[in-house]
Design a protein around this ligand. Sequence first.
Ligand code: GDP
Ligand code: MG
Length: 203
Amino acid sequence: MKNSHPKKERTFVAIKPDGIQRSLIGEIISRFERVGLKLVATKMLVPTAEFVEAHYTLDPEWRRITGEKNIKSYVDRGEKPWTTDPYEVTERVLKNLKDYMTSGPVIAMVWEGAHVVELVRKLVGSTEPRKSDVGTIRGDFVLDSYMMGDTDGRAIRNLIHASGSPDEAEKEIKHWFTEKELINYRLVQEEILYDVNLDGILE
Ligand code: GDP
Ligand code: MG
């Protein structure tokens, strides 16, 4: 994917079980469509716990980073973390994530377009819905917080997963889809979004 045109960038997005249960499939897809992105793969499935763990640990640093972030979120709200070992924290986060992600169907998708990784993260909003801006998908449709998730011993319900970087996207797309499931095709609107000349509009 490197060295290709920015319009060819791809990202992985999953509508999590709460997004399906909230009947937000159409709403979420329409937000990506209306900005000009192209859907190049999709399927509905109930992932296994092993598959979910493999997804979150594609980045070998994820356990440490997530544990440290979690501990910091306790400290930031003036609470004492239950342990100072980031790996121990992440084991608990991961167990909750597996329960959450295997609780029902999810919709896996690959979206393509200019700067898509950054653009989709912007449209989705920050990971913790409490912090997501109004106008983002999470800011508009969900009200969860780490504090509430930690209090109730569950993962935060934030409707969607979206890759955090082009490298992460490449790994996640490979994890969820085979090469054959990714469809290369042209959308008519790409002529207006990307073509250098707008010849042929006037009759
Ligand atoms: P993303 O890249 O925005 O999806 O977020 P991360 O990769 O950092 O985290 C993935 C998931 O781990 C989130 O959706 C949360 O469920 C969970 N998680 C991450 N950080 C924290 C945290 O500080 N506290 C809690 N309780 N869960 C977290
Ligand atoms: Mg992430």
